[in-house]
Design a binder for this molecule. Structure first.
Ligand code: ZN
Length: 644
């Protein structure tokens, strides 16, 4: 039986990480040398050796990435960052190692089964995407470009992160701001209150401040962050990505990036963007009309609205027309019952049982460990067999990761290593916002995907190893269970034990849905920037932004703003910001076959688990979707949702 990794107690965690990194990377070097210089064995033996290298590297990187983000001891976090960097360096070196590539490329695929053949194909593709088969000059240039791109990526995120702007106003102009914010921001000796462009200030200021001019000042300051210093960094980044793509045989960066995604082709990206924009056109007009009508109650001659007013009026419409009091909603979502509800709901849906492991060594007392067991015989997994271990680390603390994400602790490989995953979030310990409940379900969707795909034959296909424009779909779909009145009523009860009323959930949904058409258009405006900036590499990014905003966004341009300069996703997502919407189209289609009156249909849920989640990366995502739906994915469910 496979056993979980024994994590170290806090007092020797640093030594443990350093030893484990040294041992793991040492093993990688020995395995690589054997593969490179050993006798040419059969293809299966070669692939097994390569998979063991992948597993060892992934183990070092996973612990590094997890504990550098969650461990309470700064020294441990630093040691883990170092482990992650070293594992990444080794992985990069291997992909550029010509002699290793030659060994793998010489393996004879005859007689390999479909999975092994897929592994060999994907592995050789990884090497070629790194340029291993190019001449020496090209390989040297690629290494130089990659180094510079890493520097530029860091410089770009710094250029926004460090550029915090401020707006200072007298306290009387802040009517509308939440009382706790006002209490925490008293006037200074000049009698002024400072609002920074950081989210905890700028978001409520733009949503709630009644004074129109204050909202405008905060909006403009926010949209000026990072400019002008980010523009030359971005220009150089786009140029180098373009050059890199050309060196490995692609017409542009977007084509290079799309080749390993569901979308496959660069030009399919603007086609997708325009298709979503078209589907969202009428819903956008409908909600914009409501927004403008409300705006005109205060500004009678307005014919258009920009984002300095849109955030505020959107919030107002939600409050006035959908009658949702967030303070009342929270009373139904006590953290402890939500956590248990999440486990009950997902356990029932996916045929799982979670057993708390009280004596597991964890990195902080807040963390809860559970073994995940098969509760029924789905997928031919024996009832009661352990599928993996999960850790829930759900509350904020100093030095911890600030967002919500699933981290891998161990990739599950059948007969070789038990699957382990971790949910890292920052929820309050008492009452939760419903938004946060939805986030919890979403992130748990990634965790359950990791675990259910954790009986893989090969490391490369284990867990959430699918195309990057598909990974959000299962999580986006699981969000629906956090919106169903029936499902919510199974755990969301207030202090008197009363379940959340059905009509309140309906009003919450209505409020959440308001603006979905123009939100989709705004997302397509961002996706168009991400694509066209990489393909056309315009010389004036402000002018190009203005043009794309006019084409896709419903909101009027604000003079002297440079939104792209703080659009951080140009770094990580590069030309592929379309992916979130792409996954959403699939999520709506997958959900369309579920009956909202019977969200736990075991036959359907079992098929979903088996066809979509369990295969991990062992099949192309388009095939997974088609296997489950019995047809290719369509836009219909997404369009219907936008229109309703
Ligand atoms: Zn996600």
């Amino acid at each position: 039986m496979l056993v979980p990794l024994a994590l170290p107690a806090a007092d020797h965690a640093q030594q443990w990480v350093e030893d484990r990194t040294r041992t793991g990377l040492g093993a990688v070097r020995v395995l690589v040398e054997e593969l490179r210089s050993g006798p040419a064995g059969d293809a299966l033996a070669g692939l097994r050796q390569w998979d063991e290298i992948t597993l060892q590297l992934s183990n070092v990187a996973a612990v590094g990435s997890l504990l550098s983000n969650v461990h309470p001891d700064e020294n441990v976090r630093t040691a883990c960052e170092q482990a992650e960097i070293e594992a990444d360096q080794v992985a990069t070196e291997l992909r550029q190692d010509r002699s290793l590539y030659d060994v793998l490329a010489a393996l004879d695929p005859t007689g390999l089964d479909a999975q092994a053949t897929r592994l060999l194909t994907k592995t050789l593709e990884d090497f070629r995407r790194a340029g291993v088969d190019r001449d020496d000059a090209a390989r040297a240039r690629l290494a130089e470009i990659n180094r510079r791109l890493t520097e530029l990526g860091l410089a770009f995120s710094r250029s926004t992160r460090d550029d915090v702007r401020t707006v200072r106003v007298t306290p009387d102009r802040l009517a509308g701001m939440p009382a706790d914010w006002l209490a925490a921001h008293p006037a200074d000796e000049d009698g002024l209150v400072t609002i920074t462009t950081d989210y905890p200030d700028a978001v409520p200021a733009r949503m709630f401040v009644h004074d129109r001019d204050v909202r405008r000042q905060v909006t403009v300051a926010s949209l000026q962050r990072g400019w002008p210093q980010a523009e030359p960094l971005l220009q150089e980044m786009f140029a180098l990505r373009h050059e890199l793509a050309g060196l490995v045989g692609h017409p542009d960066w977007a084509a290079y990036d799309a080749a390993v995604k569901m979308i496959q082709e660069g030009p399919a990206i603007p086609a997708f963007i325009d298709r979503i924009a078209e589907a969202a056109h009428e819903p956008m007009q409908r909600d914009l009309a409501v927004l403008l009508a409300r705006f005109r109650c205060d500004v009678p001659d307005a014919t258009e609205i920009d984002t300095a007013d849109a955030n505020y009026y959107e919030e107002l419409v939600r409050k006035e027309q959908h009658d949702v009091d967030a303070q009342v909603v929270r009373t139904y979502f006590d953290f402890a019952t939500v956590r248990q509800g999440l486990l009950d709901v997902t356990g029932r849906l996916f045929g799982l049982r979670y057993e708390r492991v009280e004596d597991a060594v964890v990195w902080h007392p807040d963390v809860a460990a559970y073994d995940v067991l098969a509760a029924d015989g789905r997928d031919d997994v024996g009832v009661g067999s352990v599928l993996g271990r999960i850790y829930l680390d759900l509350h904020p603390r100093e030095g911890k990761y600030k967002h919500a994400a699933q981290f891998t602790l161990a990739d599950g490989v059948a007969g070789r290593q038990l699957c382990e995953g971790v949910l890292v979030c920052n929820f309050s310990r008492g009452l939760m916002e419903h938004d946060h409940v939805v986030t919890l379900f979403h992130e748990f969707g990634h965790l359950v995907h990791h675990v259910l795909a954790g009986q893989a034959q090969w490391t490369r296909f284990s867990g959430v190893a699918t195309e990057w424009d598909f990974v959000e779909a299962p999580s986006q779909m699981l969000e629906e269970w956090a919106w169903s009145p029936d499902v919510l009523q199974s755990f969301a009860t207030n202090a008197d034990g009363e379940p959340i009323p059905t009509d309140l959930v309906a009003r919450m949904r209505g409020a959440d849905d308001f603006g979905k058409g123009y939100h989709a258009r705004t997302q397509m405006f961002y996706a168009a920037m991400s694509y066209w900036f990489h393909v056309e590499r315009p010389t004036d990014l402000t002018a190009a932004t203005r043009e794309l905003q006019a084409r896709y966004s419903p909101f009027a341009w604000i003079e002297d703003t440079h939104m792209f300069a703080s659009f951080g996703h140009l770094g990580g997502y590069s030309s592929a910001y379309y992916t979130y919407a792409w996954s959403q189209v699939i999520a709506k289609d997958l959900f369309s076959v579920f009956d909202t009156a019977d969200m736990f249909d075991p036959e359907l849920a079992g098929r979903y688990r088996k066809k979509i989640l369990a295969p991990g990366g062992s099949k192309d995502a388009a095939d997974l979707v088609e296997d489950f739906l019995g047809r290719p994915c369509t836009f219909d469910a997404y369009s219907a949702w936008l229109a309703e």
